[in-house]
Design a protein around this ligand. Structure first.
Ligand code: SAH
Ligand code: DHB
Ligand code: MG
Length: 224
């Protein structure tokens, strides 16, 4: 058996990306402008972005919520799944990230279907509820990991039966399986995973992933 290393995960990710999810001008410009502005390169990989798009498409999602925009890379993938009349709202706490994301989203021709809302998600989520922006039919949680438990509570409040809730970074290089971890990010995601598991209103699974961003995972929860 060949040694399976980060180098190999990256090579295979590149191979699959070149075949199945090659960058188009809007996605390439999004990554380039994010890098030029010094944003951390923590966006989903191209294959993971396309997976989010395919999941949203297969779900027929028309009202998508994202928590954690960064430069708008995952936002653009998911917004491309929207059919006529669909909308995506993405929440971002960092004004520089939000400004870059808005420019990237406009460059992708999605300015009229995507709104980037500036503010800490725990401040903006109650406003969405008050504005009657829910229920959302597809929710992607990808902001600060310590906030995941609260984001799950809000995702449930803003959902309906059939809503798909997806969370990024639930494996974190395997650290997630360590109950003694003192890393607040690991503790936050562990609490989130436990809440999902204990919540009778959802049924969920998680998949481990490897690729150019290393070893991590996605959790998928369907609201019953
Ligand atoms: N979904 C993006 C990556 C998001 S990175 C992609 O895959 O392309 C996480 C983002 O969450 C960062 O931009 C960070 O500024 C933002 N964030 C961190 N804490 C937040 C909070 N409390 N509310 C909203 N956004 C937050
Ligand atoms: C981090 C955040 C992410 O959303 C991600 O996909 C990878 C890393 C981070 O904060 O380190
Ligand atoms: Mg992430």
């Amino acid at each position: 058996m060949v040694a399976v290393t980060q180098e190999r995960w990256t090579a295979v990710d590149q191979y699959l990306t070149d075949l199945l999810a090659p960058a188009d001008p809007a996605l390439a410009a999004t990554l380039a402008s994010s890098e030029a502005a010094g944003l951390p390169a923590i966006q989903v990989t191209p294959n993971a972005g396309k997976l989010l798009m395919l999941l949203a498409m297969s779900h027929g999602a028309k009202n998508i919520l994202e928590i954690g925009t960064l430069g708008g890379y995952s936002t653009i993938w998911m917004a491309r799944a929207l059919s006529q009349g669909g909308r995506l709202l993405s929440l971002e706490a960092n004004s520089k990230h939000a400004a870059i994301a808005r420019a990237n989203i406009a460059g992708a021709g999605l300015a009229d279907v995507v709104e980037v809302r500036l503010g800490a998600a725990l401040d903006t989520l109650p406003l969405l509820e008050a504005e009657g922006r829910g229920p959302f039919d597809f929710i992607f949680i990808d902001a600060d990991k310590t906030g995941y438990p609260d984001y799950f509570t809000w995702a449930l409040r803003l959902s309906r039966p059939g809503t798909m809730i997806i969370a990024d970074n639930v494996v974190r290089n395997g650290a997630i399986a360590d109950p003694e971890s003192t890393d607040p990010n690991v503790q936050g995601v562990r609490r989130f995973n436990a809440m999902v598991a204990a919540e009778p209103r959802v049924t969920a699974t998680a998949i481990q992933t490897v690729g150019s961003k290393g070893y991590d995972g996605l959790l998928l929860a369907m609201v019953l």
